[in-house]
Write a protein that binds this ligand. Structure first.
Ligand code: BGP
Length: 472
């Protein structure tokens, strides 16, 4: 990388790694509840033990240090800090994250702290429907204040909400995440309150003058028009308005895109605005845009011909896709120019270049890549090696794409791969592996949860020490 301050990191989330789900004073989260209901996750797997990071964080961080990792993105579990979501603080929980952060700092690994990665306190869901109530804004702010006060002197990067677009879409439209609802108005409501919560957190952080940076992480899948038939291009525009700018414009400009609002209005859906909302949204421009990039999407009009529907059944726990209002405006089809993963996600390194350029030209904001990686069925060999050359190829091509985008003027602060260790995949159990470190467990048994370095571990170590790819 030409930029010598570029950060090479890797990422995770509390529910996917910690375990200790019902101990050490932690309250129940909506994911503890959701994964306990049969049929909601792959083979009914849960994060109850996950990869036991709670007890093994020293061992894992030592591996990060051995690799030379410069930053580790992890999330704090809200109900571990505030078991009910507000009120009494669980000191053991607060202490746990101090220990994790101190351990990272001991090895000069920059902690990147995600405030919310989907594990809402179940109590708030029961009390007022979680994100469907405006009350969430103050409770989230109370939680953020605890984190800023406790960790704000040690942590220089805070990520507010992880993939608000995913947890609202999957939770309130596609029935794939809690609370498993398909209702456009409820989706828009929950999303609006999440927007306010995000803005309030940023505002609070800035008022505290802690000197670090804060921003949300957005799951961006750049949209390509399936053909040059203008009705496919219009469908792509609608898809961008409704599923990209609908969040990004609010984050950066504090405004919903006009065209998305017009479509919603036509469908009888409205954003539950109250006095003061707009001012709050406009007052909270993030310092960076967190970008989670996995794939691009090919979009066509429901009224044009050609194109093959994407087969969602390959995503094991998903099966059939729920019908939504979006289907009237655009549909996602396969892209015959691209390969796909075993879970039918397109593999498109150039799409990362496209994403970075689009974000840069519309928003002119530094980007921190907070997730990117390949989920695969890795095999542990009898000599305890794991030959994941496909992951190396995947990551290498994506790094090239970042370099290219930077050469075209995009400011990229750093790159966090998903993930450092293998971990629990929300809907795909433990078989979908992303890590540099293999964790020996599966859906049936936790075994001994031993850690083994994959080939990609040694490769990424080289990348970090060279500050990028070697010239080939
Ligand atoms: C992102 C989430 C991560 C992670 C990743 C991979 O959307 O922020 O938490 O799970 O996707 O997804 P999956 O585990 O479904 O393959």
């Amino acid at each position: 990388m030409k930029n010598k301050d570029f950060i090479w990191g890797s990422a995770s989330a509390a529910y996917q790694i910690e375990g200790a789900a019902f101990t050490y004073g932690k309250g129940k989260s909506i994911w503890d509840e959701y994964s306990s209901v049969s049929g909601n996750t792959f083979k009914n797997t849960t994060g109850e033990v996950a990869i036991d990071f709670y007890h093994r964080y020293e061992e894992d961080i030592k591996l990060m240090a051995e690799m030379g990792l410069e930053a580790y993105r992890f999330s704090v579990s809200w109900p571990r800090i505030l078991p009910k979501g507000y009120g009494e603080v669980n000191k053991e929980g607060v202490e746990f994250y101090h220990k994790v952060i101190d351990e990272l700092l001991k090895y000069n690994i920059e902690p990147i702290l995600t405030i919310y990665h989907w594990d809402l306190p179940q109590h708030l869901q029961d009390l007022y429907g979680g994100f469907e109530s405006r009350e969430i804004v103050n409770h989230f702010n109370e939680y953020c204040k605890v984190l800023f006060e406790e960790y704000g002197s040690k942590v220089k990067y805070f990520v507010t909400l992880n993939e608000q677009n995913i947890f609202t879409t999957l939770g309130y439209l596609l029935k794939l995440h809690p609370p498993k609802v398909c209702d456009m108005q409820r989706f828009v409501n929950a999303n609006h309150y999440a927007n306010l919560a995000n803005a309030m957190a940023i505002k609070t952080y800035k008022e505290m003058n802690l000197g670090g940076m804060i921003g949300p992480s957005f799951a961006y899948s750049p949209k390509y028009a399936f053909s040059n038939n203008p009705i496919d291009v219009i469908a792509m525009e609608d898809a961008q308005e409704l599923t990209d700018f609908f969040w990004l414009d609010v984050y950066v400009y504090g405004k919903y895109p006009k065209s998305a609002l017009a479509i919603l209005e036509k469908e009888g859906i409205s954003v539950p605005f109250m006095e003061g909302d707009l001012e709050l949204l406009e007052s909270a421009r993030p310092d960076f845009m967190g970008l989670n990039y996995y794939q691009s999407m090919s979009i066509k009009s429901p009224h044009s011909s050609g194109g093959e529907d994407v087969d969602f059944s390959k995503n094991s726990a998903i099966g059939k896709k729920e019908e939504t209002l979006y289907d009237k405006y655009f549909i996602q089809v396969t892209n015959n120019y691209l390969d796909v993963t075993d879970w039918n996600w397109t593999i498109d390194p150039m799409g990362l270049d496209v994403s970075l350029r689009r974000i840069n030209s519309r928003y002119n904001i530094p980007v921190l890549i907070t997730e990117n990686g390949l989920g695969a069925f890795d095999k542990l060999n009898s000599d305890n090696t794991i030959n994941d050359s496909y992951r190396i190829t995947y990551l290498k091509e994506h790094i090239k794409a970042i370099e290219n985008a930077m050469e075209h003027g995009v400011c990229v602060l750093g790159y966090c791969t998903w993930s450092f260790q293998d971990l629990f995949s929300w809907l795909n159990g433990y078989q979908k592996r992303y890590g540099f470190v293999y964790v020996d467990r599966d859906e049936e048994s936790e075994k001994e949860l031993k850690r083994y370095k994959k080939d990609s571990f040694y490769w990424y170590k080289e990348v970090i020490s060279n500050n990028g790819l070697k010239d080939e």
